[in-house]
Design a protein around this ligand. Sequence first.
Ligand code: 13P
Length: 249
Amino acid sequence: MRTPLIVANWKMNKSLKDAEQYGQELLPLLADHSGVEVVVCPPFTSLTVMSRIFAGSKIKLGAQNLFWEMKGAYTGEISPAMLVDAGCTYVILGHSERRQIMGENDTIINRKVRAALDAELIPILCVGETLQERENNRAREVVKEQLTRDLKNITFAPQGLVIAYEPVWAIGTGVNASSDDAQEMIGFIRSYLAKIYDRELANSVRILYGGSVNEENIAEFMGEVDVDGALVGGASLQPNSFAGIVRFK
Ligand code: 13P
């Protein structure tokens, strides 16, 4: 059984005050809700305060990035141990914004995934093709290459890693993939995981869809057999719309 998982990725948004207010508003909206695991990923600066607000609730905390060393002379970086210390359970890795804007490659992402797992954080590994790659019929090949390189020599427990399929052309554009396209790629990802690991592990890994998810389209994605949840950007920034996505049924 794979528990549905809905993740808010705030990206680089919200002051401490805004974050606190969001937390206070979200808690009652989800207080009586069950059957869906909920994770909120604020910027680093709001992690500690959000951890305090969510303490005692079922809402979990995630970070949006980490560095692979545990401590030392790495100016400006945040270690896996620091994220655990701040109350994180999850960490988003390999997001297309980090790949494209910050120049992270698969070698870097592979190191980060390993470091997260070593610290007992659950990586949410993002993969996905650009519009050009899709138009050139290379979507599967690109996703397969990302998975192969990002997971090279990495082992993980059944619920210890999450994958998010986020086609780059659907991120922040309002143009979501169709639920058929999401199912097609996520089904492919699951069968590829069965090939590089085994079927049992592949069946236990939660695979999310991300890219212009909102309250209107979430139910359709969740109706697909292999789609286990969503990684939500823009529509996660308001407690009401994020709670509406969590309560998709
Ligand atoms: P949007 O939901 O704003 O398209 O962002 C998706 C995303 O990048 C989540 O990580």
